[in-house]
Ligand binder design. Structure first.
Ligand SMILES: Cc1ncc(COP(=O)(O)O)c(C=O)c1O
Length: 398
């Protein structure tokens, strides 16, 4: 055979087809616009307005003074994994071996990427709720898999139903990925609705990636950790983190708890791509687990006050909003205005200087809604609501 005949002619492209098929996050466009404006009240970014509690910052500062500036073990600092193992035992009665079943990640963001890449083979399908957090679907695609969306709706409190999942299971289905409490809706799935999902997963031998980053931000309801449901601990990849509950977004610390086999696979990718999570953040996370409970309780109490004001205010304006019981988002319907969620968000920003995120950024079923983050001061929430009231009356459909 001549060498010439073995040359493959491929369309010239600087970037991979896998990445080309991803659309940029629908949130970014608004933040670019917002950055160029003054006097904007942002209900956009999903980030606490609190600084990390002082005792946590202090622990990290002290560690720097002592010269803790190096790599840690790939899995994360042993002290942090031990604290985490204790936390999961005390809070959920779950046993995870700190040496083989826990991995410290660079936020839940890395945990999602690792989980997808560790379990998905090309063309495997992963079932996701629609709407859902912006990175779920891209993580599945980047892992070579196919996201299969399950619609959820305001009528059903944005809960993902086991029956709807089951009708989408095929021979290619590898996993179900859920966020509980959910971003962008604030929905909290109660135990009795999670049980049938666990049952579907068990019967069809599916893995479940359970993103529980908002586990501690619940209001008047119990959070159920998916891995506590009967006979699914081995097949569940529990993802948790410090960003939201402890106001630690910038420290970039999360964790994965799963079977030895899955953690070993995730660690292989992590060691070649990240090496380890940042040591300063890990030291801060140890302090957060040891003595952060009071700070979390104080922040939760404050978020709850803001949640009640936000949800009542939106409903009073005529933007119907189901009661979110977790995270720090309200997800009102803007259908009464006749605008698409992008039009609504863009006009509201330009005319009234209030930033919200169009629901369409989170999936097709998010169309007709906007996400309003209430992790901002009560005074700003009240001012934003009064601007939104003016906006909605101006644009009311005749
Ligand atoms: C549902 C959900 N999962 C994961 C993340 C990523 O969090 P982290 O800061 O731990 O990477 C976010 C951040 O907004 C989120 O809302």
């Amino acid at each position: 055979m001549s060498t010439k005949s073995r040359v493959h002619h491929r369309k010239y492209s600087l970037t991979s087809r896998r990445v080309e098929q991803l659309s940029p996050s629908g949130i970014r466009k608004f933040f670019d616009l917002l950055a160029s404006m003054e006097g904007v009240i942002s209900l956009g970014v999903g980030e606490p307005d609190f600084a990390t509690p002082w005792h946590i910052r202090e622990a990290a500062i002290y560690s720097l003074e002592k010269g803790y500036t190096m790599y840690t073990s790939n899995l994360g600092m042993p002290e942090l994994r031990q604290e985490l193992s204790r936390y999961l035992k005390d809070n959920h009665n779950l046993d995870y071996d700190p040496d083989s079943e826990l991995l410290i990640t660079v936020g839940v963001s890395e945990g999602l990427d690792l989980a997808a890449r560790a379990i998905v083979d090309p063309r495997d399908e992963v079932i996701l709720p629609d709407p859902c957090y912006v990175s779920y679907s891209p993580c599945v695609v980047l892992a070579g898999g196919t996201p299969i969306m399950v619609p959820t709706s305001q009528e059903n409190d944005f809960e993902i139903s086991a029956a709807d999942i089951e009708t989408r299971v095929t021979s290619k289905t590898k996993a179900i990925l859920i966020g509980n409490p959910a971003n962008p809706t604030g929905a909290v799935m109660p135990r009795d609705k999670l049980l049938p999902i666990a049952d579907v997963a068990r019967r069809h031998k599916l893995l479940v990636i359970s993103d529980e980053i908002y586990a501690r931000l619940v209001y008047g309801v119990e959070h159920t950790c998916f891995a506590t449901l009967p006979e699914v601990k081995e097949s569940t990849i529990l993802l948790g983190g410090f960003s939201k509950a402890y106001a630690m977004t910038g420290w970039r610390i999360g964790y994965a708890a799963a079977s030895t086999e899955v953690i070993a696979s995730m660690t292989k990718i992590h060691q070649y791509t990240m090496m380890c999570a940042p040591i300063m953040g890990q030291v801060a996370a140890i302090e957060a687990l040891r003595s952060g409970n009071t700070s979390v309780a104080e922040m939760v109490e404050e978020y709850n006050r803001r949640r009640l004001t936000m949800v009542k205010g939106l409903n009073d304006i005529g933007l119907s909003c189901f009661e979110p019981r977790g995270a720090f988002y309200a997800f009102p319907s803007i259908k009464s205005t006749g605008m698409t969620s992008e039009e609504f968000a863009e006009k509201l920003l330009i005319e009234e200087k209030v930033a919200v995120v169009p629901g369409s950024a989170f999936g097709q079923c998010g169309e007709g809604y906007v996400r309003c983050c209430y992790a901002t001061s009560l005074a700003d929430i009240e001012e934003a609501l009064s601007r939104m009231k003016r906006f909605v009356s101006k644009h009311k459909k005749a």
